[in-house]
Write a protein that binds this ligand. Sequence first.
Ligand SMILES: [Zn+2]
Length: 716
Amino acid sequence: MRKKELLFMPPLYATDEMAAEAVQDTGWTEDITYKGWSGQACSYTRRCRRYIRYFMAAEGNGLLKVAVFTGDSLRAGDRRPVYEVYLDRGKREYLTLETASGKWREAKINFLKYQGADWTYTQEEWQTQETRDLVNRYFATGKNLNVFQAVLDFQAEREELLRKKKYRTETDRIDAVMKEVPGIPEGFGEWVEKNCFRETMFYEPKKRGPVMERMYCTGCGEWMEQPGWPDGPVHRAETVCPRCGTYATYRSWNRQKQVREKTDVALLQRMADGSGYVLRLFRALRERKHSDGWETCRVELDETNRAVLGGTFLESGRYEYGEYRHTGVYRWCLYARKNSYGYYYYDSWPSWAVMYTPNLKEELRERKFWYMDLETVFKGGSRQRVDPVAILRMLDRYPILEYLQKCGFAELVREITEGKADHGLFDMDATDIRKALGLDGQRVARLKQWNGGCSVLRALQVEARTGGKLSGDNIRYIMSGKVQMKDIEAAMERTGLSLRRMLNYFSRQQERNGLTFLQTRSLYSDYLDMAQERGMDLKDDIVRRQPEMKKYHDRYLEEKNRKEACARDREVNLRFRNIREDRETSAEHFGFSQGKYVFLVPAQASDITMEGRLLHHCVGATDTYLENMDRRRSYIIFLRRKEEPDSPYYTIEAKWDGTVLQWYSAYDRRPDEEEIRKVLEKWSREVGKRYRKQKREQADSAVETEPGRACAAVVA
Ligand SMILES: [Zn+2]
């Protein structure tokens, strides 16, 4: 658009009709009430006019000129437009002249500034029907849009076009890569249907009589008889199909309308241009409906992500299928960890999926590891998810895996490819099995014979280093599961025991005490700690191979606790000295004897902590009650039987005025509750009497202090 040419178009000035309309539009006010964000009522007054904008239009030289006036400008007597918008339908261009300043604007009509638009409310645009017809005809809208909307639609469309042009390079680049992705292998859908989902065993409801009911396995698609009682089917219980051996969930034939199973499936293919590989990730859904019969299903496969992998299986690009940059176009996009608001969110890349294995040998035939049993490595057909890229990288990085699998170290290969192996145990770059495992030929043979995993390998390495031959029982014990070789080694280091003896000791202790390996480990390690603290020699057999380890552990622990109790007693006696200082006054105030019972006052703070330990309640465990008594806010009194005044019975918390706050015996229980309650009531009355007497004497001597101190003064 050439600006000079635009200015030669004949000017459009406001008509008399238009100006008269603006002058008549004097406006009105409206009171608006609304609810604020915290629910409070808010209100404001809104100035309203019928029109803000007035439009005229003219066509010439294939261009459209739209003149925009505002109510304010017309009422001020100005007949010139505020803006002149020039539009070229053919070239899809537009440009706006701000008449007052003579400046050119590129903004769309809705982003231009209009005087009065910020405080006035309006719903209508002023224009004649002729103007409207002209504009709609010019843009060929086929509708009767108002001028503002017709211009805006044209401008918005043009903006969209520009944006597409801008992103064109990026989409072209993505498309170039996507073009090299080969077609989906034949039979992929059927394979997914049969090998990826959790299976169901649908069983027929029980009928009366001796008829054997049947059940249907979705794994093998076979009908079979239900097992009899007590192994019969239970709705939603787990089972294994006796025909195909697949794990399945029992579902009663009529208990649900539909069953939907979801999973993720990964497909690895070579890129058509030979540049590397593509890992395609599908979201898979399998649906069965009661109305269609459980034997039939429908499978849906949605390809959501693609990772392009280079020669060493490192990712060179990540793609996802979705809306491209808010354009409304759905296509392959670069994967971005951003949500639609532009904030980064959690990485939703589906790295774990059920791997499609039938094509792997063919796709990986240029790789050294192509003749490995890839189906086993990727768990093909097991319905289990794996991390395909991690496994591929591992296979590529460590050629030794291939030998390990070929030689029958299945458990080791499984642990390594599942990322569960301790890599410190291997020399993965070695080309020789013995070097790789750090074992001599004989031990390699033993590891293979046992199909041992990393823990057995570690044990054999320790054996090679420290001597002493592992027994079959030792290896069985290690393979039984939870044995952690690093804990065994740590214990060996402390005790100087050989591997064999250490393992024997652990397995015997585990059995003897009925504990798990981890419990035994903690117990033994605590036992050794305490023995060491007591100055014992951990390398002495009587200590390190103590058959009664648990008994000694418990004994040492009790003594240790006792020592800690002594320390606590010393500490509270120092911190809460008032308890000891007040003991005579307190004893005089609370001391009482009735029938079989006697009320005693603690002579010092440690008497209270001791009472708490013996009665197993919380009176001495925290500082609360001690501090209250020290500050003379509440008091702890012991109720005991006269014949056994030294053994605790009830512990009472009371106020100086005799109010009982709480009273409990061992373990916070209340033996002889009714009897004790009566004794307490009588005692409380007596203490109350003593308290009121003190108050009277206190008033007489006109000494104003808090009750505790007052009484101390009185008694002294
Ligand atoms: Zn089956």
